[in-house]
Ligand binder design. Sequence first.
Ligand SMILES: [Zn+2]
Length: 379
Amino acid sequence: MNPKKCFVVSFFILTISFLFCCSPPEKDKPMEEAPKMGRYLSDPAPDTDGLTKILVYYDMEGISGQNDMRSLSFGNEEYDKAREWLTNDVNAVIDGLFAGGADEIYVVDAHGSGNPDPDMLVDRMDKRAQLVSKDESFDAYTALTEKGVYDAVAVVCMHSKTGGRGFAAHTYTIGMEWILNEMSINETEIIAYSWGRADVPVIFASGDDKLQEQLEWMDWLEYVKVKTAKGAGDADLIPFEEVHQNMREAAKRAVENLPNSKATHLTLPIKAQLRTVYPARLDQLEGVPGIDYNDQTVTFTAEDFQEAYEGITALIGVATRGYVRLLGDVIDTHENASKIYTEYGEKIESTWVEVESGLWKPPTKPEKKATKRKYFGYR
Ligand SMILES: [Zn+2]
């Protein structure tokens, strides 16, 4: 993923989560006991309609066959190849979930590649499953969470958290470490805590060896390792056939063992922290009254998961501004660097004069245009 793209994507995600987030789902359960870990487990909610409905999330960093970062962004040649592999992984999991007894399967896109269409090849998706879409852009991690709709969640092609040394390790976007109740978490855990609010368990996950280690505490979870990370930019791969066989078997077991799975909850209130790793940064907030800042970390207290999530994503909007400092390094390599800096200075000055003279106003929030198109998540 290139930082510029990611910067744009994350800004977009942030805007979207503010503009279109549905009303927050039911508050997290009150604390039943006082566990030291900052989290607790509960039994999954009993089925209400007699059907086993499963929601499958897919991301794009934990795809089998993939060890090239260029495969993550729309527009790259490698991305097209990765879409095929992604589709094969998702289909293998769907097949296994049905074999285990699932009645209905829904699939949601959770990756921000920049492609307005879903990253997986929908024409080639198992016809028994349906893709989730809405008339408005939505935050797949939080906006779908509702009681009594799904029985379980499966996550496919996921990745390690920031600092976790996995392939393309990040949390939400580049350089962000999410720390909830003193626990540094990954996106699979974000999904697990989001769905825990509805007492829905995460029963299956796939990704690299580092994510597997990070999820060991979820001992009911069926996990399929698809590669061994060699730093953030490379991985040793496992042959497709072996991965897909494992996916089918593990997904089948996951549905069969659904009654023994657990919903996950954070104890409330939540101590929420965003810690940044370069090139993201939060030090521009140092000394700002009302902000608890220390060592690239901002800390706040959230009453529930939704508040923690929205607070951290808002801070991410600030932290991604740190990427811009690298823009200077890029400009410096160009022959006309000084011309660009001069134009930049002039642009600031002319904008200032126009605004101060009442000749121009910066645009307010973009108006929502009525469109016929469908949205598949963070778009
Ligand atoms: Zn992700």
